[in-house]
Design a protein around this ligand. Structure first.
Ligand SMILES: [Zn+2]
Length: 289
């Protein structure tokens, strides 16, 4: 069976996009496109996804036997095949290691619900799938409890998977997922996030229903008093000023630029006001020692 260049080109284009977005490093990631009842076009192993050519693609059947292409199929194809076996509505799978989503996967934190409309409308709930060794059937089957009703998955200590009608649809879901995680991480630094209230969520669920994608979660997940998801641990901010007196600062010496500044404050005039404030603060703390 020969898949046409348009099908192969779609996988190459998704490869360029995930590479440009830093969703993959080195030869990471894999994507596939179901092109017939028992044939899946997929990316090969050991190749940067940013520089693939149509002829690099391989074809496997739903049992994982390679039936086309000269390169070797990715060992992670098993999770793709498991999804195709369970989801006749899915025609493409994208698996990458996007840094923001993977940050939640390695810290094993469930993503909060009811925070951004785009997530509720286009992704719904994103399960955190238990860890399993990559490339094994155990890894493929790890998503079994969620595969029927979810389109995006965080893989514990690994990365993420999205599914769709074609490679672009699955890829856009991956963009949406990583963008969401990025916003959550930024929000954790800026303050905290707030949930959309129950009335707002009911409205979103009605919109979703009109779009023809009823939410399998019903309304319980957004009911008032529903358990609030955990918030990511805030990053230690390395730019926060030291809260107490500096105890390990070097003693002033004649050659220290700060020493010179202390003797000749007028020499600071060339510094901008921020730099002047920092120097003043350092001098103040050193003077207290
Ligand atoms: Zn992987």
């Amino acid at each position: 069976m020969i898949a046409d260049d348009e099908l192969r080109g779609a996988l190459c284009e998704v490869g360029r996009r995930v590479w440009q977005k830093n969703y993959v490093a080195s030869n990471d990631g894999n994507f596939s496109f179901r092109i017939a009842e028992n044939a899946v076009l997929c990316t090969p192993t050991m190749i940067s996804k940013g520089f693939m050519k149509p002829e690099d693609m391989v074809i496997v059947d739903l049992q994982g036997n390679q039936i086309g292409g000269s390169r070797k199929a990715t060992s992670e194809i098993k999770i793709h095949l498991f999804i195709y076996q369970r989801r006749p509505d899915v025609y493409s799978v994208v698996h990458v290691h996007p840094p923001h989503a993977t940050a939640f996967a390695v810290t094993r934190q469930e993503l909060p619900k009811c925070v951004l409309p785009e997530i509720e409308l286009f992704l719904g709930e994103i399960p955190l799938v238990p860890y399993a060794t990559t490339g094994t059937w155990e890894f493929a089957h790890s998503i079994a409890p969620w595969v029927e009703n979810h389109d995006a998955f965080l893989l514990t200590n690994h990365g993420a998977v999205t599914v769709g009608l074609d490679p672009y649809d699955a890829y856009y879901k991956m963009e949406t997922l990583d963008q969401y995680c990025r916003i959550l991480l930024l929000a954790a630094q800026a303050g905290d996030w707030n949930r959309i209230d129950h009335a707002g969520m009911m409205e979103l669920l009605r919109v979703k229903e009109k779009l023809g994608v009823p939410d399998p979660r019903g309304v319980d997940f957004c009911a008032p008093g529903a358990a609030r998801p955990s918030r990511p641990r805030p990053f230690p901010n390395r730019f926060v000023p030291h809260p107490g007196p500096i105890t390990d600062a070097p003693k002033l010496s004649g050659t220290s630029p700060f020493a010179g500044a202390a003797k000749h404050p007028a020499g600071l005039s060339a510094l901008d006001s921020d730099a002047r404030m920092i120097v003043d603060e350092v001098l103040r703390r050193l003077a207290k020692k």
